[in-house]
Design a protein around this ligand. Sequence first.
Ligand SMILES: *Cc1c(COP(=O)(O)O)cnc(C)c1O
Length: 392
Amino acid sequence: MSTSFFGKYIVPEAAALRNTDSYRTIPPIDDGAAREILYGGTRLLNLASNNYLGLSAHPDLIEASAKALSRHGCSSGASRLVTGNFALAETLEAELATFKYQEAALVTGSGYAANLAVFSALADRHTVVFSDRLNHASILDGIALSGARLVRYRHLDMEHLEQLLGRERQVAKKIIVTDTVFSMDGDVAPLARLVELGKAHGALTVVDEAHATGILGRGRGLAAALGLSEDVDVHVGTLSKALGSQGGYVAGRLETIELLRNRGRSFVFSTALPPAVLGASLAALRHLKANPGEGARLMRMAKAIRDHLSGLGFDTMGSTTQIIPVACGRNRVALHAQALLRAEGLLVAAVRPPTVPQGTARLRLSLRADLTEDDLRRVRLGFSRLRVSFFP
Ligand SMILES: *Cc1c(COP(=O)(O)O)cnc(C)c1O
C-alpha cells in the first residue's frame, strides 16, 4: 500500500537526509539571474548564476521575446514532430548551425535534454562511451538511457583514455564525450589530443560546450577557439547559460541531426520550447555575433580574480575560465565559507557531493561580464577577509 511505502521508506529517508551536511534546500533567492539578488531580503552580489554575460535582462532579448509571445502565445502546444514547430525554431537552428560551423542543428528543451537526445539517438547497447570522470550528470544520464556501456577515464587524462580505447579495440561503436569547460572546476579539456584519439580509434567525438558557448572562441566555444570545429563530430550546448535564455542545442552533420530528430527521446517525446524562449534565444545568438569580444573581456576579468585568490593562498583547482572553484575539502568548511562571504555581501555557490567527488567540496564563483570595477573590489575584499577568518 502506498501509505506504508511512504511511512516505511520516504519518511525515514527524508529524516536521515535532513541530518547530513549534504542536505539541499532551495535558497530564499528572488531574481536569481540578476547581477544583484535578494537573499532572504538582503541584497547580495550574484556570483553563483550561469548568466555569464548578463544577457537574460538585455533589452534586445526582452523585446524579441515579448514580440514572439504576443504574436504566437505562451505555448508551442506539442512536440516539434506533431504541430509544435515555429519558423522561429527553424531560423534559430539554421543560425546556430552556421555559428558552430556545422551543417545542421537541433534545439531541445534544455541542455540536459540535448545530452539525452544525443545518446538515446546515437548510442545503443552495442556502444561503448568513453567519458571524462567529471563530465556533467546529463551526459551520464544520456548514456544510461541509451543502454550503452560507460567507461570513465581520469579527468583530462588522455593517456588513460588511449589505454582504455586500446582495451576496447574489438568494439565497433565507440563514442568519446567531454565537457569542454568543466562546470565545477572551470578547467578545459585537451581537445586537440582527444580529437586525434577519436580519429585513430574510429570513435565519434561529442563535446558539451555548455559553459564555453558565448565565452570562448568569440562566443562559438572551445572547439572553434582551437580551430577544431570540423574535427569534432557532435557539438552540444545550452541556451540557458551565457545566452541568457532557455533550451539546449546539438549541432553536427545533417545525418546526425536527422537521427536525433527521429530517435532523440527527449526531443521526440517532449513539447517544443515556447515562442517567447525561441525569440530570446535568437536575439541572444545575434547579440553574440555582433559582440564577439565580450567573452574575452570576461576571461581577463577572471584571470585577475584568480590571481588575487591564488595570491591569498586559495587553491583555484586548475581553473582557467570564468568558473573559479575555491577548494574547501569538507562540506562543512564550504558551507561555513559561503556563510562568511554572504556576510560580506557576496553570493557564491557551495558545491558538495554528489555534484563533485567526495571530499572535494568547494566554493564556486561564476564571474559575469556585467560586474563593475566596484563589484570586483567587493569580491577581492570579501575573499581577503575570508582568508583572515580561515587562516588567522
Ligand atoms: C548546465 C549543463 C548542462 C545542462 O544544461 P541546461 O540547459 O541547464 O539543462 C549540460 N551540460 C553541462 C556541461 C552543463 O554544465
